[in-house]
Design a protein around this ligand. Structure first.
Ligand SMILES: Nc1ncnc2c1ncn2[C@@H]1O[C@H](COP(=O)(O)OP(=O)(O)OP(=O)(O)O)[C@@H](O)[C@H]1O
Ligand SMILES: [Mg+2]
Length: 365
């Protein structure tokens, strides 16, 4: 086992700053997710860790070793590429056991391990086939098995579940997490799927445009996003945002806009000093808004019109038009309200996020 330390890593492709000065550490045995939208530099980061790309500048350490000049094959990593990169002329069995054979192991030594892993990944019936004779999702699991079988010191996984159907993806998520937990192999897992990152990772690095926007455990990333990018990228349905102004009315502090007025909770007040101006963006998650059919007295309510209802089985998403903006509210409670009717929304004051409108940075930092 080994830790990874990345210091001021840059990887440019001529003018394209694919990775633009990032630093992070993955502890021994930790599961780190690199999360972000398409083109933000996740694969480039991973291929640089693997040694397939040379950094433009910066340093990569495995443990205390500077590995910048170490060849990929000498880095003792198990890698699943975004394109599975299976050997086309070999059977599934030979593909999976290849890393062990290459190390000189005999079939009787590894056969049970191969069987064990393919059972877990649900590909045990495909061992005799060639990669061209199995589906994309099956190829992806073969690639995963090949990386796992090596029991390397580091796993680098690039969207290893992207081609699986929803049910299989949920199952594999748990299997990979369990395997990683049992083996405690230091893992870097690239995904654009925030649910994967939140459910599997010990910590998440959120990427945008070649930069890291925040690093934290899933709880921090979800509950204390440091900027609007992270706030809007994490959560489904996404966080609601409304422009507002911080104002004091008769000794009470509010965030006010034309159509709403939110009392600032005492827990947030100390952070208001971080603002450069009273102009803010208020963020509130759909599950942190309560919706009422009737106007409840003595509550700070925001009035709106029910625009559309999206039923999700257990929950429902109420889309409420408030002035020009559309708020999404998610609730388990089924309200008997029709589209076009008036509704009242209550924001959970303790769960409100406030961002500086100019810098887009959270006041809680
Ligand atoms: N070999 C290359 N030559 C030139 N530009 C590249 C090369 N590889 C990647 N890029 C560019 O670098 C940026 C980051 O690409 P990268 O593949 O790391 O993104 P990603 O986060 O993995 O995206 P995705 O989720 O779509 O896989 C993109 O703008 C991409 O077009
Ligand atoms: Mg990629």
């Amino acid at each position: 086992m080994v830790s990874i330390r990345v210091e001021n890593l840059k990887k440019y492709f001529r003018k394209v700053k694919a990775v633009d000065d990032i630093s992070f550490e993955v502890k021994n045995g930790e599961f780190m997710a690199l999360l972000g939208p398409s083109g933000c530099g996740k694969t480039t980061t991973l291929l640089t860790l693997a040694g397939i790309y040379k950094p433009t500048s910066g340093k990569i350490f495995f443990g205390d070793y500077l590995v910048n000049d170490v060849q990929p094959r000498d880095r003792n990593i198990g890698m699943v590429f975004q394109s599975y990169a299976l050997y086309p002329h070999m059977s599934v069995y030979d593909n999976i056991s290849f890393p062990l054979k290459a190390k000189g192991s005999k079939k009787r030594e590894f056969h049970d391990r191969v069987v064990n892993i393919v059972e877990k990944l649900g590909i045990g019936h495909l061992l005799d086939r060639k990669p061209s004779e199995i589906s994309g999702g099956q190829q992806q699991r073969v690639a995963l098995a090949r990386a796992l079988i090596k029991e390397p010191q580091i796993f680098l996984l690039d969207e290893p579940l992207s081609n699986l159907d929803a049910r299989l993806r949920v199952m594999m998520r748990a299997e990979i997490k369990k395997l990683q937990n049992d083996l405690r192999i230091t893992t870097v897992y690239v995904t654009h799927d925030q649910v994967e990152a939140l459910t599997m990772a010990d910590r998440i690095a959120v990427f945008s445009n070649g930069k890291i926007m925040q690093i934290g455990d899933p709880e921090e990333i979800y509950n204390r996003p440091q900027n609007i990018f992270v706030a809007q990228f994490i959560g489904n349905p996404p966080m609601n945002f409304v422009e507002a102004e911080i104002k004091e009315v008769e000794g009470i502090t509010f965030a006010v806009s034309k159509n709403l007025k939110i009392r600032i909770d005492d827990t947030l007040k100390p952070y208001l000093k971080n603002l450069n101006s009273p102009n803010v963006i208020v963020g509130i998650r759909p599950e942190d808004i309560k919706i009422y059919k009737n106007k409840e007295l003595n509550r700070d309510l925001t009035e709106g019109i029910l625009y559309v209802i999206e039923p999700l089985g257990r929950d429902e998403i109420y889309n409420v038009k408030v002035g020009e903006s559309l708020l999404k509210v998610i609730t388990e409670e089924k309200l008997k309200i029709g589209v076009g009717e008036r509704v009242y929304c209550e924001f959970d004051a303790k769960k409100v996020h406030i961002f500086d409108r100019e810098s887009e940075i959270s006041i809680r930092r």
